[in-house]
Design a protein around this ligand. Structure first.
Ligand code: IPE
Ligand code: IPE
Ligand code: MG
Length: 243
């Protein structure tokens, strides 16, 4: 996007991206699915950098859902290894990311992840916690229903402890206990790969998100596609139930 275009557009503060279509991309090329995930991880890095360049405040990438454990063990292992690679690289590039003001966060249920990955996430989150230019959320073992359940349990515990009355529970109590607490709701959610669903992604937060779909498979997604999504977003009339 040119500087001029950027000046004339209202940028979404938070963009959620469902990185779908890796398997089909690999299949089209007669490659194993893991090659599709590898190519998808490359696209993730590029879009991450481009989002930061555009000045987007927050990007959430859906990489692995709570339902994706159903896949063959070797595919799951390949995805976890790519996540490992990314975390290792992010650790190595800490200074570079710090200069960009990149805060990296994890969203999802980390208790089911391998211990070494959890350690790397903890370190990365801690070391980048004070960065303010862009927040990158990595959704791995993330499910919107699981997230809501987790929040409801936290609120129920407060009620059980006598700190809160059931009739006093507010939307803020739920919102404040989501993995995304403190972040703006996604203004725009992008799903490539020709599927028209959220697949359990940010289902609470997406109440008023603008949705953008495309047939492009995630490994083929480029900066130009992100531009297109943002330009389309700029033409939407968001009413939030008003007139
Ligand atoms: C997205 O690509 C990555 C994950 C869900 C982990 P897919 O692996 O779902 O790719 P398709 O949908 O089979 O093409
Ligand atoms: C959604 O893709 C999850 C991620 C991209 C991480 P899926 O491929 O799992 O979604 P469905 O099964 O087609 O709905
Ligand atoms: Mg898929």
């Amino acid at each position: 996007m040119t500087k001029e275009m950027l000046e004339n557009i209202s940028l979404p503060r938070h963009i959620g991206i469902i990185m779908d279509g890796n398997g089909r991309w690999a299949k089209q090329r007669g490659l194993p699915r893991s090659e599709g995930h590898k190519a998808g991880a490359k696209t993730f890095r590029a879009i991450c950098d481009y989002g930061a360049e555009l000045g987007i405040e927050c990007l959430t990438f859906y990489a692995f859902s709570t339902e994706n454990w159903k896949r063959p063990a070797d595919e799951v292992a390949a995805i976890m290894n790519l996540f490992r690679d990314y975390l290792t690289e992010a650790e190595e590039r800490e200074e570079e990311n710090a200069v960009k003001g990149m805060r990296i966060r994890y969203i999802g249920d980390r208790t089911a992840l391998p211990a070494d990955i959890v350690d790397m996430i903890d370190k990365l989150e801690e070391n980048s916690a004070d960065k303010k230019t862009i927040t990158i959320n990595l959704a791995v073992n993330y499910g919107g229903r699981d997230e809501i359940l987790h929040a409801v349990r936290a609120v129920a515990q407060k009620v059980q402890a006598g700190e809160l009355k059931a009739q006093d529970i507010t939307l803020n109590d739920i919102d404040g206990n989501l993995y995304t607490a403190g972040l703006p709701d996604p203004d725009l959610i992008i799903r490539p790969s020709g599927e028209y669903r959220l697949s359990n992604f940010l289902i609470w937060q997406a109440a008023y998100s603008e949705l953008w779909f495309s047939d492009i498979l995630w490994p083929d997604f480029t900066a130009d596609d992100l531009d297109k999504a943002i330009i389309d977003y700029g033409k939407r009339n968001r009413r939030f139930g008003g007139v």
